[in-house]
Ligand binder design. Structure first.
Ligand SMILES: C[S@@+](CC[C@H](N)C(=O)[O-])C[C@H]1O[C@@H](n2cnc3c(N)ncnc32)[C@H](O)[C@@H]1O
Length: 272
C-alpha cells in the first residue's frame, strides 16, 4: 500500500466507525481531552487549531474554555466531522468550526493560531516530523503545541490476546501505529526535531474497568481495529468474536474487564 492508499484506508475506516466512536467504552478519548485542555492553561481569547479532531473531543472541550476565542477542528474523515459538528450544534457552541483537511497539507496561512493540539493523531502519518513542522508553521511565534498518544503498555493484555488470535485467522498484523510515539523519549525527540522549545512530556493513567467483554469489543470495533476485523469473512468474524470475548471475559476478577489506558502528553513552544 502506498501513502495515498494508506490515507484512503484510514479515512474510510474512520468514516465507518464514526457513529460508534463516542460509545461509553471509549470514554478515554473525552477524558483525555479534558486533561489535555487543562494543561494548556489558556487565557480564554486564543484561536486554537485542533488537528485530526475526530468527533471533536478536544475541540469541543476547548470551545467551552474559550469564551472570547475560537477553535478550528480539521480532519480528513467527513463521517467523524459530521459527528463533531452535530455535537457543537447540540451544545450551542458558536465558537468552533470543523473543516475537512489533511493534516499533512494544511491550507492555513503561517502564524495564524495561538495554539495547536493533535490528540491520538500524528502517528497516523508517515512523516510525523514534516507534519508537525507544518502545524508549527501555522502558529504565531511563542505559540504552544500539545500532542498526545498512548503509552507502550496501553490496552495490554487485551490487545495482545486480540492480535495473537487474529493472526491465527490468517490476518497479517502491521506494526501498531501508536507505538511510534509511545514513550517520553520518542515524543521529546519529535517535538525537538520540529523546532519546538520548552518541551515537557507528562504521563497519565486513564485506566478503568469495562462492565463486560462487549465493552472491549466496542473498543476494537470503533477505535481503529475495524480494518483488521473487516478482513475476516462473516462466519470467521462471528467465531473470532465468540472465542476472543471468552478469553477477555476470563480477565474479569470480579471488578469488570480491565482497560489499561495510559496517555503521554507532549507540550512545546514555537520559538519567538
Ligand atoms: C484516533 S482518532 C482521534 C480523534 C480525536 N483527536 C480524539 O482525541 O478523539 C484519529 C483521527 O485522525 C484522523 N486522521 C488520520 N489521518 C489524518 C490526516 N492525514 N489528516 C487529517 N485527519 C487524519 C482520523 O480521521 C481520525 O478522526
Amino acid at each position: 500500500m502506498d501513502e495515498t492508499q494508506r490515507k484512503e484506508f484510514i479515512r474510510q475506516t474512520f468514516n465507518t466507525v464514526a457513529s460508534g466512536y463516542d460509545r461509553p467504552a471509549l470514554r478515554f478519548f473525552p477524558e483525555s481531552a479534558a486533561h489535555l485542555v487543562d494543561q494548556l492553561q489558556l487565557a480564554g481569547h486564543e484561536h486554537v487549531l485542533d488537528v485530526a479532531t475526530g468527533t471533536g473531543a478536544v475541540a469541543l472541550t476547548l470551545a467551552h474554555c474559550l469564551p472570547e476565542g475560537q477553535v478550528t477542528g480539521i480532519d480528513m474523515s467527513d463521517g467523524m466531522l459530521r459527528q463533531a459538528a452535530g455535537k457543537a450544534t447540540e451544545r450551542g457552541l458558536g465558537n468552533v468550526v470543523f473543516q475537512a483537511m489533511d493534516m499533512t497539507d494544511l491550507s492555513f496561512p503561517p502564524d495564524r493560531f495561538h495554539c495547536a493540539t493533535a490528540a491520538f493523531a500524528l502517528f497516523f502519518v508517515a512523516d510525523m516530523e514534516a507534519c508537525l513542522r507544518g502545524i508549527v508553521d501555522r502558529l504565531k511565534p511563542g505559540g504552544q503545541v500539545l500532542v498526545c498518544g498512548f503509552s507502550e503498555a496501553s490496552f495490554a493484555p487485551n490487545i495482545d490476546l486480540f492480535l495473537a488470535r487474529i493472526e491465527r485467522y490468517g490476518v497479517e498484523v502491521p506494526p501498531l501505529s501508536w507505538k511510534r510515539l509511545s514513550d517520553e523519549g520518542l515524543n521529546h525527540a519529535l517535538l525537538s526535531a520540529a523546532g519546538l522549545e520548552q518541551i515537557r512530556v507528562a504521563r497519565r493513567d486513564l485506566s478503568y474497568p469495562l462492565p463486560d467483554a462487549d465493552g472491549w469489543w466496542d473498543v476494537l470495533w470503533y477505535a481503529g481495529f475495524r480494518g483488521l476485523l473487516s478482513q475476516l469473512s462473516e462466519p470467521d468474524l462471528a467465531r473470532f468474536r465468540a472465542e476472543h470475548l471468552a478469553e477477555i471475559a476470563a480477565l474479569d476478577r470480579g471488578q469488570g474487564i480491565p482497560l489499561h489506558v495510559e496517555v503521554l502528553y507532549a507540550q512545546g513552544r514555537k520559538p519567538g
